[in-house]
Each structure stands twice: as structure tokens, then as C-alpha cells.
Ligand binder design. Structure first.
Ligand code: SF4
Ligand code: SF4
Ligand code: SF4
Ligand code: FES
Length: 469
């Protein structure tokens, strides 16, 4: 595609025609804040955080939705732009149950500068997203230290009927969750209802999450920029169980949690090892610690055995070890049930094999908490943010001098005979489906549920369809 020449903050840039101002800024290391924007989806342009000045335009432009033009002159960080963004934040916060605003430093530093220990030990803050919240980070960046407008926040009940908890009082109506659930996962469980200030985002007809069509994939949790949707936490219960006399505890830890753990603890990328996490869990009081990799390999071995048998029938196979994908397939494609092949997830494998009164799974997967609640595969699923808080509270941060070795579940490993078909595959909202040939069989791996729907409803025939949720 041809390039166009623009000027951004005084810099001459050559950027692909058809890019947005935000694309051009991001490609050239210029920071423009966003809240509602989700890469790869059509911009909603609803939050106004990304406004910029464009020479000749009578009003501010949304960088996420405005395309570049030849000769365009853009200013992303003028006093007027900053004042507009700050006003947007003040208005958002005037209609928001701000539980983190007691922090005297909220206006005096950027979120990245705060010591996570301070946030965890602070008794004034009562928000699960404190320290990890995009709205809070922007309030700090724009020094929103007083809220100038009358506080008119709503007092809707918190919906804690499932492991995915909704607190509408912290919702900024960015609709990221609506798009992830509807456009990407094609579950369409979340929608906006009401008008003006009364708009709420939630399941249709005001249903509670437990009565709704939610399959528990957890992707809305991952993309909500505030504490309006989050996975229920159990850190107090975990620490209690780990310390309780006479109660045996076991944990499995996945490598996947390390990057996020390092980020939230503000440690150098690549500096934390799984052995240090095992050491920390031992210090907290967990009796036996396993490497989740062993459970992943055993899950793969289980899939190899089941798939080998199923393929003998000559029918096509729709394969998954995600409880959320299982629910999606059963709800939407019951006519294909003879092709379904469900096998255990790693946390289910660990939960079945570990002999202990309480079993904890530590991972980064957004839907572990739902799987734990819906299937009872383990007692508590812990995400990296929760783990960081547990570590801070108990003085057990990763330490190279405090490591532990992993116990073995004693399970058989996989042979690898189905190659990449059964390799670890991650959920993604923009990765293309992977199609490949395996010993003359046409295979595809779908990286989200919308992709799976398109493949299952499409005309192209596959011998094996693997679904990641
Ligand atoms: S959602 Fe964010 S801004 Fe709102 S109270 Fe929680 S941490 Fe603060
Ligand atoms: S967990 Fe998944 S299905 Fe449920 S509301 Fe969130 S995105 Fe939709
Ligand atoms: S629940 Fe979260 S993601 Fe959904 S609209 Fe509200 S703030 Fe945005
Ligand atoms: S990020 Fe552009 S309007 Fe929200």
C-alpha cells in the first residue's frame, strides 16, 4: 500500500495510507492514551481519551478512528488536548464508584512508579483492580487529584453469582467486553441496555451471570479496563488453607504466569524462575508443588489416546480440552455431537492426580477461575495478580536464594505423534486459524470461538478441528 506523509508532534512521518492516527503514532513510538480501543476490531470511538489536534479541523479528532491524509499535521500532546483528556477522566470518575481514590499519591505519580507493596498494604482501597487498572493509571498520568464534579455514581448490586463477577458501578461503558463476547467469541452474552447515564452493560434482560448464556470463557475479564468485570479472588482462603494445621495442600504452577507476575511486581522480564515461585509457595505453606508442564503433557497423552481411537471411525473430529469451548459446541452445534472429542485440561489433570485436601492451580489462563467453579477440577485457581498480592502479603516475593524442586504427578507423557495438532495453542483474537496437513488429514486449529463458528459453518471440510476458547 502507498504511504502518505504526515507531521506528528513536529516529526515528519511516512505511514501507510489507510492507517489511523493511532496506528501511525504507535508505529512511531508516540504515546496516545486509549480506553475503549481494541486493536483489530472496528473502533467504537466512545471514550474520547485518544483525542488529538489536527490542523484545520474545527474539533478534536479521535485518533483511534480518524484516518491519516497526505499533509496532515497532528498534535497529540498539547495543553488543550491534555485538558480535554483530563476532563474526560474527571467526568468518567464522577460517575464511577471510586474506591481507590483515597490514595494521596493518585495525582502525583504514574501508576508504573507506584510500589505494588504500598497498594497491597493500603487499608483504604477496596477495589480488586487497584494497581492494575487502566482508568486508574490514566487518572494518575493526568493528575486527577481532585474530582471537581458532584459524585453521582450508581449503586447497582454487584453480581457475584459466578466466578466472573460484575460490578456495574465501575463500568465506563467502553463496550470492550461486548465486542469480545459478541464479535470475537460470538457468544453475544453481553449488551448495553438503558439510555444516557442509565446505560448498563450486562447479560440480556438484566439476567444474573448464573442465569445468562455465559460459557465462562473469561475473555471479557481479560479485556475490561476497570474493575467492572473480574474473576473472583480467593487469596485469603488460599493463605488460610496453606497454614491450617492438618490440611494438606498441593499446587501446580504454569510458566505462563511469569511474564504477568514480573510485570505486576515490577521485576525485570526474564528474571523470575518457576523454581523461585515453587520456593515462594513452600514458604507460604503449600505442602507439595508440581510443574503444570507435567499435567499439560499428560493431558496431551490423554488426547493422543482418545484421538487415535476416534479417527478409526473415519468421522471428522472436533477436539477441545476447554470446558468453555465444550459448552459453546454443545449449545451451538448439537447436531455435530458425534464428532465431539473432549479431553482434560491441564488443571483438570492436576486436580485428579494430586492427592491433597486442597488443590490450587496457578496459571495465566483467563478462564481457570470459571473452570474451577463449574467443574470443581481444583479448589482454587489463582491468576498472576492474585499471586503477586499473596506474595507481598506473606513476604514471599520471588528470591533466587529460595527455590524448591517440583514433585512428580507420576503421569505418562505424550509421544508427540500428532505433531502440532496437540501442541500448546493459545487463545487469540486476531491470529488466523492454522490449517495444515497431518498424514493426509486436513487439520485446523481455531484460536477463538468466532473462528471455530466460521469453520464449522463454512463449506471447507476438515478431518480434525481443534477449538481453543
Ligand atoms: S476500577 Fe480502577 S479507577 Fe475504579 S476504583 Fe477500581 S482501581 Fe480505582
Ligand atoms: S466469560 Fe466469555 S461468554 Fe461469559 S460474558 Fe465473558 S466473554 Fe462472554
Ligand atoms: S464491563 Fe468493563 S469492558 Fe465492559 S463496558 Fe464496562 S468497563 Fe468496559
Ligand atoms: S480509544 Fe479512541 S475514543 Fe476511545
Amino acid at each position: 500500500m502507498a504511504n502518505v506523509n504526515i507531521t506528528m508532534d513536529g516529526k515528519a512521518l511516512s505511514v501507510p495510507a489507510g492507517s489511523t492516527i493511532l496506528d501511525a503514532a504507535q508505529a512511531n513510538g508516540i504515546h496516545i492514551p486509549t480506553l475503549c480501543f481494541l486493536k483489530e476490531l472496528d473502533p467504537r470511538a466512545s471514550c474520547r481519551m485518544c483525542v488529538v489536534e489536527v490542523e484545520g479541523a474545527r474539533t478534536f479528532q479521535h485518533a483511534c478512528a480518524s484516518k491519516v491524509r497526505e499533509g496532515m499535521v497532528v498534535r497529540t500532546d498539547t495543553e488543550a488536548v491534555r485538558a480535554s483528556r483530563k476532563l474526560t477522566l474527571e467526568l468518567l470518575l464522577s460517575n464511577h464508584a471510586v474506591d481507590c481514590h483515597h490514595c494521596l499519591r493518585i495525582g502525583s505519580s504514574k501508576c508504573e512508579d507506584l510500589d505494588p507493596k504500598f497498594c497491597e498494604m493500603c487499608f483504604f482501597c477496596d477495589c480488586v483492580k487497584d494497581g492494575f487498572c487502566d482508568l486508574q493509571a490514566l487518572a494518575r498520568e493526568y493528575k486527577v487529584d481532585v474530582l471537581p464534579f458532584a459524585q453521582k455514581h450508581n449503586t447497582y448490586p454487584v453480581d457475584a453469582t459466578t466466578a466472573i463477577v460484575r460490578n456495574p458501578n465501575k463500568c465506563i461503558k467502553c463496550r470492550r467486553c461486548v465486542d469480545i463476547c459478541g464479535k470475537v467469541q460470538t457468544v453475544h452474552n453481553l449488551a448495553a441496555s438503558g439510555r444516557g447515564c442509565e446505560v448498563t452493560i450486562g447479560p440480556a434482560f438484566g439476567k444474573a451471570m448464573c442465569e445468562s448464556d455465559c460459557i465462562g470463557c473469561g475473555r471479557c475479564v481479560e479485556f475490561c479496563p476497570t474493575g467492572a468485570i473480574y474473576a473472583r479472588e480467593h487469596k485469603d482462603e488460599l493463605v488460610y488453607c496453606a497454614h491450617k494445621d492438618g490440611m494438606t495442600t498441593a499446587a501446580a504452577v504454569s510458566m505462563d504466569l511469569i511474564p504477568e507476575l514480573e510485570r505486576v511486581l515490577k521485576l525485570k522480564a526474564g528474571s523470575v524462575t518457576l523454581f523461585e515461585i515453587a520456593g515462594a509457595l513452600k514458604k507460604i505453606g503449600v505442602d507439595t508443588v508440581y510443574d503444570m508442564h507435567e499435567a499439560e503433557d499428560a493431558a496431551k497423552a490423554q488426547a493422543e489416546a482418545l484421538l487415535g481411537e476416534k479417527l478409526k471411525s473415519g468421522k471428522s473430529v472436533i477436539l477441545t480440552n476447554s470446558f468453555a469451548a465444550k459448552a459453546f459446541l454443545e449449545n451451538n452445534f448439537p447436531e455435530k455431537k458425534d464428532s465431539f472429542l473432549f479431553y482434560d485440561s491441564p488443571i483438570a489433570v492436576f486436580g485428579k492426580a494430586a492427592g491433597a485436601d486442597k488443590r490450587f492451580a496457578f496459571g495465566a489462563v483467563g478462564n481457570d477461575a470459571s473452570e474451577c467453579e463449574k467443574t470443581g477440577c481444583v479448589d482454587i485457581a489463582v491468576n498472576p495478580r492474585e499471586l503477586s498480592r499473596i506474595m507481598i502479603r506473606t513476604g514471599s516475593e520471588p528470591n533466587p536464594k529460595r527455590t524448591a524442586v517440583f514433585a512428580s504427578l507420576g503421569l505418562p507423557g505424550a509421544s508427540g505423534k500428532f505433531g502440532r495438532l496437540l501442541d500448546k495453542a493459545m487463545w487469540s483474537f486476531d491470529a488466523e486459524p492454522e490449517t495444515f496437513d497431518l498424514d493426509g488429514r486436513k487439520c485446523v486449529i481455531c484460536h477463538n470461538l468466532g473462528q471455530a463458528r466460521r469453520v464449522l459453518e463454512g463449506n471447507e471440510a476438515f478431518d480434525v478441528i481443534r477449538v481453543v476458547a
